[in-house]
Design a protein around this ligand. Structure first.
Ligand code: DGL
Length: 270
């Protein structure tokens, strides 16, 4: 048993969709969340910048006594995590690897689609991880940069989202992929529209669910699950004013953000 917290970070509030999965699967765990709201977006930034930001996000989280860190951000997981693995004393898990493993198990025809930010797609991390699982699987990846603002501005269920989704997802449909990875924190909130566009025969993979399962299995195997939550079970930190995070965050977490949200100066950590 180990009652230390799990740390989780993202470029902003999208990672709350991943936190939601951790909370559902691991109700006894205490979690500290960092959202880099002052430096979002990561998806359009260069590799060096995403690597630098990811390092500092992890340095900040490491000021807490943690037992594991989860990179909820699709972009950080794809660009930075392959370069940082093995550099920390505690396990560092990312959504990209977890979702790749699941997709390789789920596909029946050996064709997997991936959608994510420009940075995630450019990194090629999904196709590399999937190839490690099974070299015979073909991956087709498409960047969908407009999905993030559509979600944040409340357009996820509107006709505009469907029109844009049809356009973005045409290449995936043409490829014949039977499995599609929702490779960005915001995309689970577009799940309904995406499923409508690609059709019910395509299995959608939510990386948040996959990484929650991975961390559960890893903690259970090492006898490191918590037996009871700590006081202030969920703590939130952001690098810009908390107001917007609190307002929009409840949409991502699908419950009010009841824990404490504090602002920190992320530039102090590197
Ligand atoms: N959280 C990011 C991701 O999952 C999306 C927002 C951003 O570009 O920072 O890639």
């Amino acid at each position: 048993m180990d009652n230390r917290r799990i740390g989780i970070f993202d470029s902003g509030l999208g990672g709350l969709t991943v936190m939601k999965e951790l909370m559902a699967l691991l109700p006894n765990e205490s979690i500290v969340y960092f959202g880099d709201t002052g430096r979002i977006p990561y998806g359009t930034k260069s590799e060096e910048t995403v690597l630098k930001y990811t390092r500092s996000d992890i340095s900040f989280l490491n000021t807490f006594p943690l037992k594991a860190i989860v990179a909820a951000c699709g972009t950080a997981s794809s660009i930075a995590l392959p370069k940082l693995s093995g550099q920390y004393d505690i396990p560092l898990l990312g959504v990209t690897k977890a979702a790749s493993r699941r997709a390789a198990q789920v596909t029946k025809n050996g064709r997997v689609g991936v959608i994510g930010t420009t940075g995630t797609v450019r990194s090629g991390a999904y196709s590399a991880f999937i190839k490690e699982e099974n070299p015979a699987i073909e991956t087709v990846s498409v960047a969908c940069p407009m999905f993030v603002p559509l979600v944040e501005y409340g357009y996820a269920e509107k006709e505009a989202a469907k029109m844009i989704a049809k356009d973005y997802l045409q290449t995936i449909m043409d490829s014949g992929a039977d499995t599609l990875i929702l490779g960005c924190t915001h995309y689970p909130l577009l799940r309904k529209v995406i499923q409508e566009v690609v059709g019910d025969s395509v299995s959608l993979i939510n990386p948040g669910e996959c990484v929650a399962q991975d961390i559960y299995e890893q903690l259970a195997k090492d006898d490191m699950l918590s037996d009871a939550p700590e006081k202030d079970q969920y703590q939130f930190y952001v690098s810009d004013v908390p107001a917007e995070f609190v307002r929009l965050g409840s949409m991502f977490l699908e419950r009010p953000i009841s824990g404490l949200v504090s602002r920190i100066d992320i530039e102090k950590y590197n």
